[in-house]
Design a protein around this ligand. Structure first.
Ligand code: DGY
Length: 319
């Protein structure tokens, strides 16, 4: 029997039961990973299921010397020091694909909300819907607009499918692997990043956060965007230089933004993006549906069970 720690949240009871049938289960918090007093369960852990986005670095790994596998209940692994894990022989697994539809759905919801001035509409209604108060400005149709998708993995493609089939949008995309032969959408298709920025009415980000993509959307990138365009980000806050975004919004160069992720989560309460009436912010809920979170937890538990029996994990992180 190995010690398996569930850190930072819960997984459905029947999935815990699958683990419990073969292993000892313990629970901990993100803070326990770094606590000055060693946490007994973490010190003994051979496997961890991580809920949320705690940083995993050498200091954490030192507190868990028996660790064999970290199963993220997440697709993103930007907070995990993969080199440190590799040095210690710790396998890292994530949960790709099972959340693509849910994240794409929220992306399209935010895109629709941004173009239709949802925040200003909701504010107007909750302020009393008064005849005297200025009405929210008119929104824009989605039909015929071009969405520029940055990153054409499974989430980016789902966004493209929904925007094209559901809303009659034109699709532009950029991707590390170049033009895709299977992408058959109306619109310009693959474009270099600069051209995508210049041509798109909405930019939607779907690349992972890496040293190369950090602040991908900086002052220069915003200046290259079409005047009156929108930014949607459901990937990682670090992709966006927030002061540069705020400046582009305040200058009126961008019409609005919709963000499920921010540079700091939770954000500082004085982050201006939380107060701007042309910015929709949601609290990192891209994968937050009952069905999707269950599928993610299922895959994370599978990965733990497989590694602890010496089998290869279903979805190891590979770089
Ligand atoms: C992920 O899976 O990386 C999401 O951002 C977490 O909700």
């Amino acid at each position: 029997m190995a010690q398996v720690m569930i850190i930072g949240g819960d997984v459905p009871a029947d999935l815990v039961a699958r683990l419990e049938a073969e292993h000892d289960i313990g629970y901990g918090t993100h803070a326990d990973l770094r606590s000055a007093t060693p946490h007994e369960g973490i010190a003994a852990a051979e496997a961890m299921v991580l809920i949320g986005q705690p940083t995993i670095d050498e200091a954490v790994l030192q507190r868990a010397p028996r660790l064999k596998v970290i199963a993220l209940r997440a697709v993103g692994y930007d907070k995990v020091d993969l080199d440190a894990c590799a040095r210690r022989g710790v396998v890292v697994c994530n949960t790709p694909d099972v959340l693509s539809r849910a994240v794409a759905d929220l992306t399209v919801g935010l895109l629709l909300g941004a173009l239709r001035q949802l925040r200003r509409g909701v504010d107007h209604a909750s302020d009393g819907w008064s005849q005297g108060a200025p009405k929210p400005p008119l929104g824009s149709d989605l039909r015929g607009k071009t969405v520029g998708i940055v990153g054409f993995g499974s989430i980016g493609r789902e966004v493209a499918r929904t925007c094209a089939a559901g809303f009659g949008m034109r699709i532009a995309y950029t991707s590390r692997s170049g033009p895709s032969t299977s992408a058959d959408f109306p619109g310009p298709g693959w474009l270099p990043f600069e051209d995508l920025l210049a041509l798109s009415d909405v930019i939607s980000l779907h690349v992972p956060l890496t040293p190369e993509t950090w602040h991908l959307m900086d002052e220069h990138a915003f200046s290259q965007m079409k005047a009156g365009a929108y930014l949607v980000n459901t990937s990682r806050g670090g992709l966006v230089d927030e002061p540069a975004l705020i400046a582009a919004l305040r200058a009126g160069h961008l019409a609005g933004a919709a963000l499920d992720v921010l540079a700091n989560e939770p954000p500082d309460s004085d982050n201006p993006l939380l107060r701007m009436d042309n910015v929709l912010v949601t609290p990192h809920i891209g994968s937050a549906t009952v069905e999707t979170r269950r599928a993610m937890a299922h895959l994370a538990v599978d990965n733990v069970l497989r590694v602890l029996t010496g089998a290869p994990p279903a979805t190891p992180v590979t770089t």
